[in-house]
Design a protein around this ligand. Structure first.
Ligand SMILES: NC(=O)c1ccc[n+]([C@@H]2O[C@H](COP(=O)([O-])OP(=O)(O)OC[C@H]3O[C@@H](n4cnc5c(N)ncnc54)[C@H](O)[C@@H]3O)[C@@H](O)[C@H]2O)c1
Length: 276
């Protein structure tokens, strides 16, 4: 993996659950990680969790033991925002999901960061524009929303706040790619962004069906696992050619393509059969 030019070190602010996952992918991507939290005890716990994440990846043959050791060696825990941010050209905040806490932390991050440092927020749904509201350089603030566990689920939403600059947005996209993840561009700032919005729609439909007595929760899980769950991986929602299908009606050649892609998904389909 190639690091983004101009980003030598990164900071992760908030060494909780998500902080450990984000640190894991950044360190595996070759970036020294300045891990910032309010106490040494929290930092120690987080480093233990990063080690556990890396062990899982070694066990799954995703990374070598040597690469895991090297990644752990890149973690630099600190209780000093000034130290952590001062050394970094990109920072990602992962503190609790409360607007006031995030706004306050962003003011501190901005004060500690050198000019030009990109400040990302891992908020699951708060608009990036609101989180940046008390800052002087909102053009350098962008949403970088990872999914749990980030070293397995590789989509990362990159959210353009109302005042995020083109340069900040594109650098954040490049950074996500540089750690082997898949950037999903969210071009308009809104609550829930894209992925959680889609998931919420599906969850609501599932609840409606169960409440109306049409089917059971168990059968909805099986339905997802053995039909559209796999199809989504291969093609996205209702799509035969990779785009969103609006007509929901397939031409013969599209059906052929769908069949071919379904065959490519056989390992996933077999794995799904073991879960019932
Ligand atoms: N848990 C998930 O599945 C998930 C998935 C995606 C995104 N997120 C988002 O990630 C963010 C963090 O969630 P989490 O589950 O990791 O929370 P968490 O409670 O596990 O961790 C938050 C950490 O932030 C630290 N913190 C608080 N104030 C701080 C400050 N001023 N300076 C430095 N550190 C500070 C806390 O000490 C704690 O260690 C939230 O915005 C959440 O919505 C969570």
């Amino acid at each position: 993996m190639t690091k983004v030019a101009g980003i030598d070190e990164v900071a992760i602010v908030g060494a909780g659950w998500m902080g450990s996952g984000i640190s894991t992918i950044c360190a595996l991507g070759g970036y020294p990680v300045n891990l910032v939290d309010v106490s040494q005890e929290i930092l120690d716990r987080c480093v233990g969790k990063i080690r556990a994440n890396l062990d899982l990846l070694v066990e799954a043959d995703e990374v070598t033991a040597a690469d895991a050791d090297a990644a752990l060696g890149r973690i630099q825990p600190t209780t000093s925002m000034a130290d952590g941010l001062g050394r970094s050209q990109l920072a990602i905040e992962a503190v609790p999901e409360k607007l006031e806490i995030k706004q306050e932390v962003f003011v501190k991050m901005e004060a500690a960061a050198r000019p030009g440092t990109i400040l990302g927020t891992n908020s699951s749904g708060l608009p990036t524009t609101d989180i940046a509201a008390l800052c002087n350089r909102p053009e350098q603030i962008v949403g970088i929303h990872v999914f749990e566990p980030p070293f397995v689920l590789r989509a990362v939403e990159v959210i353009r706040g109302q005042r995020t600059s083109d340069d900040t947005f594109e650098k954040a996209v490049a950074f996500v790619e540089s750690v082997g993840s898949v950037p999903i561009r969210v071009l308009k700032d809104r609550r829930s962004f894209v992925i959680n919005f889609l998931q919420q729609a599906m969850r609501k439909a599932a609840l409606d069906l169960v409440e109306a007595g049409v089917t059971t929760e168990e059968d909805i899980i099986k339905a997802a696992r053995h039909s559209f769950g796999v199809k989504y991986v291969a093609m996205g929602p209702y799509s035969a050619r990779g785009g969103v299908d609006r007509a929901n009606q397939y031409e013969p050649e599209a059906l052929e393509e769908m069949g071919r892609r379904a065959l490519e998904m056989l390992p996933v389909i077999r794995a799904a059969r073991t879960l019932d």
